[in-house]
Structures are given as C-alpha cells and as structure tokens.
Ligand binder design. Structure first.
Ligand code: ADP
Ligand code: MG
Ligand code: MG
Length: 889
C-alpha cells in the first residue's frame, strides 16, 4: 500500500484517498497550471494513525523519499541554513470542512535558516515575519498553546512601534517578536520551539491527523452528516510567498458569482500578505478587479486559468492563489458551494455553453434547493436592522412579536397575534408554543437541536444557535451585540434560509418561483426573472426523463387545482375525514349515537349529497386525471367533542337542572369509543366492516359524483382506496359491497363507470401478504407514514418531540424515518410487496402517498423500487417532479 502521492501522481477523482484539496492540487498540476510542487499523505495513513495511535511504519520512509525528490527538484533542502526550502503542511479531507482542521505554513524556518531566507530574498523583514508566523501557527495548532497569547504579544509589538497593522512592523520589531513567541512556547510547553525542520514537519503532520478528531471538526461532521471514519489527507506543499512586498499578495476568487451564478470577476485580494490573512480580515482586502491595475500580467493569467478550470471542471470553481514578486501560483481549487438560485442558473448556463448536457444539469441541482426557492422571502430591497446571525435550521421568512415562553406564545396567538418564540433552547415542553409561533429562534444548539428537528418536521421557520444573542427568559428579553434590547412584544423577523435575524418588521415578498408555478408569471415572457427561466428549463429536463408520475395529496378542489398548476398528474390521496368536519360534525354525531337502523340510515342519508358534491368539484378540478379517494380512516371518537369539555357541559347542565340528555349520550359514546391506542384501534377498513352502511354511503357518493361528471361531459377517473387493510378477506368483503353499490348507480344514471378499487399497504401484514391482497386490488398505495409507525412500533405524534433528538445525536438515525424512508426496514417491505403484488397481477398500479412522496431521497428510492407514481402535498409537487427526473437521468 502506497501512503504518499506526488502532486503529479494524483487526479481529481481520488478524493477518497487524497482528500479534496490533494486531489485537486494534483489535477491542477497535471493541467500544467502553476502549482508549487509537493506531495500528499493519504487518508489511509490517517486512518491507521487514528485507529492504532501510531503512523504506519512505512510512512516515514515514503515521506523521506518524496521529500528528497522535492528537495532535488527545488534545488534546496528543507530548512537548509543558507537557502531553506520551506513547506506548508495542510489538512484536506474528502468533504471540505472549512476552518475545521489545521494548516501550518513556513515549516523549515529556524534560528539558523531565518538568516538564509533573509539573504536569499534580500529582505530581513520578510524572513522574520515568516518565522513569527511559523511559531505562532505551530505553537497554536501543533503544540496547543493558547493563540491569544501570541495575539497579545503581536498587539504589544505593534504598540511599541506605533504600528497600526502588521505590515508596518520593522524587521527588528519582528525579530524581537520571534523571541517573545519562543518564550511563550517554552514557558507554556516546557520545551523549546523545535529547530529540526524534519521534526517540525512530522509533528505538523501528526497534528493534522489529530485535528480530524478535534471537537470543532466532530461537531461539524455531525451537523453536515459527514461520516466520522473517513480521516483526512495531509498535503505538504512548497511555500510561495505573498508577504514579499507590494508586488506580492494573496487572494481568493470564484469563477462566477456563487450567490447569483452570474459570470464575472468575483474575489478578494490582499497585498503583501500570507495565507489566512485574506479571510481572517486583519486588513482590508480589495476587490479582485483591482488586481488588474496592480499587476496586469498576473491578473490576465489568473483570468485565463479560471476559464481553464471552469471548462475543465465544467462547473463553478473557487480558488486560492498567491502572487510572489509578480509570479502567480495556484494553491487550491474546488467545485464551489453556491446558493440555490445560483445552482439553477449555473446549470442552465453550462448547458448553453455546451459544457454539460441536460442529464448532467439535473445532477447539479436538487429538490431541497428548489424547495428553498419556493419559500416566501424577505424583501432584500428594504433596509433592515440586523441584530444577529444564527444557523439556518428550517427555511422560511417569519415575522412576529417576540415571546419568551410557550404559554405566552399560545395565549397571544389565540388572540390573533403573530409571535416568534425565542428560547435559549427548546425542549418537548415547548411544543405548544412552537406550534403557535410563526417561527422559532434559539441562541443554542445546531442543526440537530430539538428546535431545529421539530421545526423542520412542522415546516416552521427556525433559526437556532444564534450565540451572540443573550436570551433572558426570566426578564423576557434578549440582548444583541452592542447592548441592543428586544423585549417581549417587540417585533422581530427571522430568515430561516440564511439564519439572519432582524429587529422590526421586514416585508415579505412571495417567491418568484412560486409565482411562476402558479402561472402568474411566464418563464418565456420578456423581462422574466432569469432564475425563473432557469427553473422552468430544469423542470422541463426533469419532466422529459422521469419515469415516476407525480400526484398530489389534496382533499378539496382548491388544493387540487393548485396541485394541477404545480404539475400534479392526479390525486394520490384524498382524505375524506375532512368532509366530516365543521357543520357536518353533528350528522356524524347522530351516526355514532344511532340506536336503530333507521336513525343510522337517516344520518348517512344526510351526509350522502354533501359528500357527493365535494367529489363532483374534485373530479372537475382533476378532470381527465386519476383521483384516489380514501374511505374514512380515523377512529370515530376524533369526531366527538373532547371528553373533559363534555363532562363539564354535563355537570353544568345538571347543576342548573337543564335538559342534557344528548350530552349524556355523547359522553357515554365517548367513553364507549375510548381506546388506549387509537392508532391501532377501530379505524380504517375496520370501521367500514362494523358500521353498516358507512363505506357504502361513501362509495355511493363517489359513484354518483362520477356519474354526474360523465353526464356533464367530463372525464372522471376515480379510484377508491381502502385504508388499513391487513388481510385480503377484509378487502374482499368491502369490494363485494362496493361493486353492488356501483352497479346500482350505473343503472340509476345509465352510464358505465370504470371505477377502480384498491388498497393502502400500510400494515406490515399487508406488505407480507401483498401477493394475496393483489388478487382483490386494482392498485396499491403505500401509506408509508403508518407503515413506518407500525414497522418501528412508535407513534409519530408521540415520539418525534420526545426521543428523536437523542436518537439523532447518538447517530441511531441519520434523519427521522418519517422524513426520509428507512430503506433497510420499511423499504424492504415495500420492495417485497411490489414484487409479490406484480407477480399476482402484472398490471397492478403502484404508488405511494404520505410525506415521503415529497422527500428527495425517498423519491429516488421509490423510483428504484419501480413504483408508478409518488403523491405528496401540492407544494412539494415540483420538488418530487425534479427529484423523479434526477433519479431517472
Ligand atoms: P484551509 O483548508 O483552511 O483553506 P489551506 O491548507 O488551504 O487551509 O491553507 C491556509 C492558507 O494558507 C490558505 O490561504 C492557503 O492558500 C495558504 N497556503 C497553504 N499552503 C501554502 C503554500 N505552500 N504557500 C503559500 N500559501 C499557502
Ligand atoms: Mg484553503
Ligand atoms: Mg394511514
């Protein structure tokens, strides 16, 4: 096994082994770009070190060989007294973890070689500046000395010389500073700063390995879901110097704007500076465009290299470069991070440039980026007072009055106020308040904190971990930097897509992408937003290739119409329980209380025409497209008044000697229907089997509605769906009754109705016996919400807020199984049921309804499982279309 690769030996596809930085340094080297020579120690070496506590035995030898070759090539030896070769030792993992791990520059400088460097460069000041930087970085990251100590000494040195910035320090001042720094190291570590260059290098390599398991790095990996066992590579790269005077400098650049995707010159440059100086903000940088005036030759070369990189990587790249006395060096590149809007625009621009095809363009964007673009956002034209910046935990733009406890949140929202719940962190007791609030703001916790997880589950805007805000729940106020106060009742605005927090009300504008999906703006129209045009084109690519159809979950004609505008190809789930609420509740009560067949039939008879009218509207909105209607599913007690409220009513009436016979009967019914475990109780098909006439009424309403639409010249395509079936016998009984009813309606109206009848697969037993169930079903719809609950044996309503945070933190789930389908467990049942169902009935239609239908990762799973369609909430339809396209491309 080879542990060390020269930059000329690697390439960009070796990120697992060489890390992103190493792989791309190699790629640039092989492209003939000016990269300072060097080599990369592999992640494999790091893994051995992390597992065994020692470097692999072959490593020292291999490093020596590569170092010798580097020295040969550079014509000088590491740390050589009269002309030292200096190197940087740089971390670089597979996934970029900005600022999380360590890098040390100027390795090879010592009390002796600092003079050689000065003589070679003809610049005393530069040599001492480089040396003090080495001791500072090495002291801090390798030897673990508190960085503040160096900072303080540096400030004092500036003070002593009356310098306002580090460039004004004299050579002598820097030399004295080096002595101070060495003193700090000796005092703090009990040993002298190492003078042997190879020892410096070896210690630095080990420190980079160790930094993989630093607290910062671990936390970052947990948040970003990066596996903990990848390890980091280490790059040893010969130094080039941006701190050699005014004709030198260092900078960062993007090949196009990572915020908008626009082509142009984007970046920052800092004269006479080294490494981190640009991002550390110690002096003011200038926009990259100004480099053209400072150094035209390097500037033009840089522009050319950026073009080469874009063409080569066929994507936006970000780069780090340094100019040493007028000579340009490339120190890093990678395919750059970008905003959601930029991702869409860049993808289509690259298609236009002929750099990528449509299939590739689909891989360059994703559904969560599209979802982000669909949230309303703050009007950026309006000046707002930003008071903090936290972690963007759950997207959206929320405005409301600050409240500091759940009780107030609920109370105020009941009286019609919009509120933002502000907490240090949330816990399950805050649930009511979170539900009542427009958005949630916390000062502690990351993307997997309770607030973040629960808010995302609720689809609520959330900014968490805004650490610069001091939340004082006792005094009901928060303090922002500079002592700025926000008290209970003051309006705040939080942006869950950027993490920004404002005082006062920031106006919200609808997303231009939603305006487009709604059909209120046209992508082709003159002056159309460029982003909208890009989204439109990417959606076309997706629709062209996808195999999965996308339906919507919609219970009424309004939602159905909206879903259709968003591209839904039918309804995958219409829940009928919504049709039993409101004023109709009374009829449902009568149905439940019915003592005799006549009373029951009367109640059902009252519901029939109302249900029919609902269906007529729905079929009209979805004319020509399939509409799957689920017969009544929830336990009946959900339609009855709350038990406490009812008891109070009864008691009150009793004490006032008022008639209360009806209340009493209701109360008895509530007691009778009470279940320990309603989720597993009398619901779904079980209701249809024990309440005579209930399902028949619903089927009749459906059939009549279809018949009316047909008569009116429409094209209704109803599919009747039976919930919670566990065995084929249940389905057979319901089917027999339904077919009779349909036949009656067909005779009555004199039309033929091609109604389909199928079932949900949402119980493990249904999945396990899918082959039998298919004999009586025209279609299956996987109800993955209930299937997840019953396979895992936990109830979503109870557990998400209680132990999921702990499970996520312990890494038991990467993500909630209600958010993304659990492929190994629930997914295995789905795959088997698909196979068994199709074996019985090759033309069986297969779909999925439930939240997973709109979740990007789950959509890919359903594509692979061979389903015909997914169904999701209307708002998620575009996301599902896009992901279905990406899965197929
Ligand atoms: P990070 O991953 O934190 O960006 P890097 O390894 O890229 O860390 O290095 C930190 C800084 O030092 C960067 O600005 C980089 O350009 C600079 N740097 C690294 N190696 C060299 C080198 N050999 N010569 C000059 N500057 C370097
Ligand atoms: Mg870097
Ligand atoms: Mg269900």
């Amino acid at each position: 096994q080879k542990f060390v690769y020269d930059f000329s030996e690697g390439n960009k596809d070796l990120k697992d082994l060489l890390g992103g930085k190493g792989a791309n340094l190699a790629e640039m080297t092989n492209l003939g770009l000016p990269v300072p020579p060097g080599f990369t120690i592999t992640t494999a070496a790091c893994k051995v070190y992390l597992e065994s506590g020692a470097e692999p035995s072959a490593l020292r030898e291999e490093v020596s060989t590569h170092l010798a070759a580097l020295e040969e090539r550079m014509g000088k030896k590491l740390g050589q007294a009269d002309d030292p070769l200096l190197v940087s030792v740089r971390s670089g993992a597979k996934f970029s973890m900005p600022g999380m791990m360590d890098t040390v520059l100027n390795i090879g400088l010592s009390d002796a070689s600092v003079h050689g460097l000065a003589a070679q460069a003809g610049d005393e000041r530069f040599a001492w500046d480089s040396y003090r930087r080495l001791i500072q970085m090495f002291g801090k990251t390798v030897l673990g000395v508190d960085g503040e100590l160096f900072e303080e000494a540096l400030e004092e040195a500036k003070g002593a010389e009356g310098a306002t910035s580090d460039v004004e320090l004299s050579a002598d001042g820097l030399r004295r500073l080096v002595e101070r720094f060495k003193g700090i190291v000796a005092h703090r570590t009990g040993r002298d700063f190492p003078q042997d260059p190879r020892e410096q290098m070896d210690l630095a390599v080990r420190a980079v390995f160790d930094s993989w398991n630093g607290e910062r790095a671990k936390l970052y990996r947990r948040q970003e879901r990066i596996p903990h066992d990848l390890g980091t590579a280490v790059n040893v790269c010969s130094m080039v110097f941006g701190n050699l005077g005014a004709d030198s400098g260092t900078g960062v650049a993007f090949t196009r704007d990572p915020a908008s995707g626009q082509q142009g010159v984007y970046g920052d440059y800092l004269q006479n500076a080294q490494g981190e100086d640009v991002v550390a903000g110690i002096r003011n940088t200038v926009p990259l465009a100004e480099l053209e005036e400072l150094d035209k030759v390097s500037y033009s070369q840089l522009m050319q290299i950026m073009e080469t990189l874009e063409t080569h990587y066929r994507d936006l790249c970000d780069i780090e470069f340094t100019i040493e006395r007028g000579k340009l060096w490339m120190l890093q590149t990678r395919v750059g991070k970008r905003t959601a809007a930029a991702a869409f625009r860049i993808a289509t621009q690259l298609v236009d440039q002929g750099l990528i095809d449509e299939a590739e363009a689909l891989q360059r964007v994703n559904g969560s980026q599209l979802a982000q673009l669909m949230f309303p956002r703050f009007d950026t034209d309006v000046k707002a007072e930003r008071i903090g910046w936290g972690i963007a935990a759950s997207p959206g733009a929320a405005v409301g009055k600050a409240v500091f406890d759940s009780y107030t949140a609920v109370k105020w929202s009941r009286s019609g106020e919009k509120v933002i719940l502000v907490r240090r962190e949330t816990n399950p007791d805050d649930l009511d308040g979170m539900l009542a609030a427009e958005g949630i703001l916390t000062s502690r916790g990351g993307k997997t904190s309770h607030a973040a997880v629960v808010a995302r589950g609720m689809g609520k805007t959330c900014v968490c971990g805004a650490e610069e805000l001091e939340v004082d729940t006792k005094r009901r106020r928060l303090t922002a930097p500079g002592g700025l106060l926000v008290e209970e009742g003051d309006t705040v605005s939080i942006d869950g897509s950027t993490g920004k927090i404002y005082r006062g009300e920031v106006p919200v504008v609808p997303s231009p992408v939603v305006e487009y999906f709604e059909g209120r703006t046209q992508a082709g129209a003159e002056g159309a937003d460029e982003l909208v045009r890009a989204v439109h084109r990417v959606m076309e690519y997706a629709d062209r290739v996808r195999g999965l159809r996308v339906r919507a979950n919609a219970d009424n004609a309004d939602d159905a119409s909206r879903a259709r505008r968003f591209g839904a190809q039918g309804i995958g789930l219409c829940r009928t329980e919504h049709m039993f609420l409101g004023e109709r509740r009374e009829m449902v009560e009568r149905l439940i209380l019915a003592d005799t067949g006549e009373e029951r039939d009367a109640a059902l008879g009252g519901l029939l025409p109302l249900q029919k009218d609902d269906f007529v509207e729905l079929f009209a909105a979805m004319d020509g497209l399939p509409v799957t209607v689920r017969l009544l599913d929830p336990p009946l007690h959900e339609f009855l008044p709350d038990i406490t409220e009812l008891s109070v009513r009864v008691a009150l009436a009793e004490s006032r000697h008022e008639p209360h016979e009806n209340e009493l009967r209701l109360l008895q019914a509530v007691h009778r229907l009470h279940e320990q475990n309603p989720m597993l109780g009398l619901r779904g098909v079980r209701l249809g089997l024990v309440i005579p006439g209930l399902f028949a009424m619903q089927v009749r309403a459906l059939a009549q509605a279809a018949a009316e639409r047909k008569r009116a010249g429409g094209d209704p395509r109803a599919e009747i769906m039976i919930p919670l079936v566990g065995t084929v016998q249940e389905l057979e009984i319901v089917r027999e009754e339904a077919e009779q009813v349909i036949a009656e309606v067909e005779r009555e109206y004199g039309v033929a109705l091609a109604l389909q009848l199928g079932t949900m697969i949402e119980l493990p037993r249904a999945a396990l016996t899918a082959g039998q169930i298919a004999e009586s079903a025209d279609f299956f719809s996987f109800g993955t919400n209930d299937l997840t609950q019953t396979v895992w044996g936990f109830s979503r309503d109870d557990v998400e807020a209680s132990f999921f945070t702990a499970y996520l933190e312990k890494g038991i789930f990467g993500v909630s199984p209600f958010e993304t389908i659990d492929k190994d467990g629930v997914g295995a049942l789905v795959r088997d049921a698909v196979a068994a169902g199709r074996a019985t009935r090759p033309d069986l239609k297969l779909g999925v309804c439930g939240e997973h239908g709109g979740d990007p990762e789950s959509v890919h799973f359903f594509h692979e499982a061979g389903l015909d369609y997914v169904s999701c909430s209307p708002f998620r339809v575009p996301v599902a279309r896009l992901e279905a396209g990406r899965a197929a491309a």
